[in-house]
Design a protein around this ligand. Structure first.
Ligand SMILES: Cc1cc2nc3c(=O)[nH]c(=O)nc-3n(C[C@H](O)[C@H](O)[C@H](O)COP(=O)(O)OP(=O)(O)OC[C@H]3O[C@@H](n4cnc5c(N)ncnc54)[C@H](O)[C@@H]3O)c2cc1C
Length: 363
């Protein structure tokens, strides 16, 4: 297929909306068994070779409690023992309606379905199969005038989508078909808290002058409104996207992170800083001496380990750590690839800017 086809939803949006709305009505109307309806609709997508609806309907079936083993055998249901008589009748009807022989649906196929399902279920099945065929053949997912998101087996539809997925940014970018030219490299930030009277040594925020080479400030001291004083964070490359400690290692994440040219360039360029940060992570003494640059009176006994976090740091192909917002706009999808701190993440001015990029006016 090389010729550019028309976008049905743009050419005739009201009709397209009605067809997709009809699908929703039929899903809500329900048969005696919703799984049976999904089996029929999956079989239709298989015959039509429509990967999008195959995935969508399979996910819906699993959400309804369908078993993966049965889905695996669905294309060969005639030879399988996993399907009931009612399901076999429904599948025979769905197949015949989809292939539609010159003489229409034979009486024996129709009769078996009517006997086993009854008139109400049969009527809904016929309509569900007809609409499934219409959607498959017209590629109507593009006709909704929006973005379809498959989440937890449910399909959600939006006119525009703004993605802020933090550590999940690369995975979502792959889903949108726009892997882009930066990747997320996870940097763990570890913290200690000051214990007992050591808290009285710090009455405000003690922050270093930023080093323009890095988006991370380095160890500093933050007095919170509840009186707790945090010391940190450092910045060590994590061994998994959700690598909250050295024990968290994910070979798949690690492979992807190391395969990125930017990660290797970053390592070559900044290995000295990397080694220093790792030492600070492994040795309380090294962390303490970083903190003592600002508060020399601190001792090892004053520091108590507390939970840290993992920053989703965008790194470009040349190994540069992005220190500004980075937003990719692909059609109706805006992907926030880098959301740096501090304070910027709750800035309404930045929210307005991103909304402007996606031309969403009703926020
Ligand atoms: C140690 C540390 C200290 C920090 N200090 C500060 C500070 O002092 N000031 C400041 O302004 N900022 C600070 N930050 C940074 C700030 O937390 C981040 O910049 C900000 O949270 C990023 O926002 P985000 O929405 O891009 O990502 P996140 O807040 O990480 O949100 C991403 C969301 O997407 C969800 N998600 C991921 N993948 C998927 C998927 N496939 N499907 C659906 N959902 C998904 C996640 O569950 C999560 O809820 C700090 C961060 C760390 C780690």
């Amino acid at each position: 297929m090389t010729r550019q086809r028309i976008e049905l939803a743009e050419a005739s949006p009201r009709a397209a909306r009605l067809i997709t709305a009809l699908e929703d009505v039929l899903r809500r109307e329900g048969l005696c068994d919703d799984r049976l309806r999904e089996l029929a609709r999956i079989r239709v997508a298989q015959l039509n070779g429509c990967a999008y609806f195959l995935a969508l309907r399979s996910a819906e079936a699993i959400r309804l409690g369908e078993r993966q083993e049965r889905l695996n055998e669905l294309a060969g249901w005639r030879d399988s023992r996993r399907f009931t008589d009612s399901e076999r009748a429904a599948l025979a009807l769905a197949e015949t309606m989809t292939k539609l022989p010159a003489d229409g649906v034979p009486d024996d196929v129709y009769g078996a379905a009517e006997n086993l399902l009854g008139p109400y279920n049969l009527a809904n099945l016929i309509m569900a199969v007809s609409v499934a065929n219409a959607l498959d053949r017209m590629c109507l997912r593009q006709t909704s005038g929006g973005v379809d998101v498959l989440a937890g087996g449910r399909r959600l539809r939006f006119d525009r989508l703004i993605v802020c997925a933090g550590l999940g940014t690369d995975a979502v970018a792959r889903m949108t078909g726009a892997p882009g030219d930066v990747r997320i490299v996870p940097f763990r930030g570890e913290y200690y808290a000051l214990a007992g009277t050591a808290r009285d040594l710090v009455r405000g925020l003690i922050y270093p002058v930023p080093d323009p080479r890095y988006p991370f400030l380095g160890v500093h001291l933050t007095r919170r409104i509840d009186g707790e004083v945090l010391v940190g964070p450092n910045a060590v490359m994590a061994l998994a996207l959700e690598g909250y400690s050295w024990r968290d290692v994910d070979p798949g994440d690690l492979r992807r992170i190391l395969a990125w040219r930017g990660t290797r360039r970053l390592a070559v360029r900044h290995w000295r800083t990397g080694v220093r940060e790792v030492l600070g992570s492994l040795s309380k003494g090294a962390f303490l001496s970083a903190a003592r640059r600002y508060v020399p009176a601190l001792t090892a006994g004053d520091l108590v380990r507390v939970e840290g976090g993992v920053r989703a740091q965008a790194v470009d192909r040349d190994g540069a750590l992005l220190d500004d917002f980075s937003v990719d706009v692909q059609g109706r999808v805006a992907l926030v690839r880098n959301a740096p701190s501090p304070a910027a993440t709750s800035s309404l001015a930045i929210a307005r800017h991103i909304v402007g990029l996606t031309s969403v006016s009703s926020f």
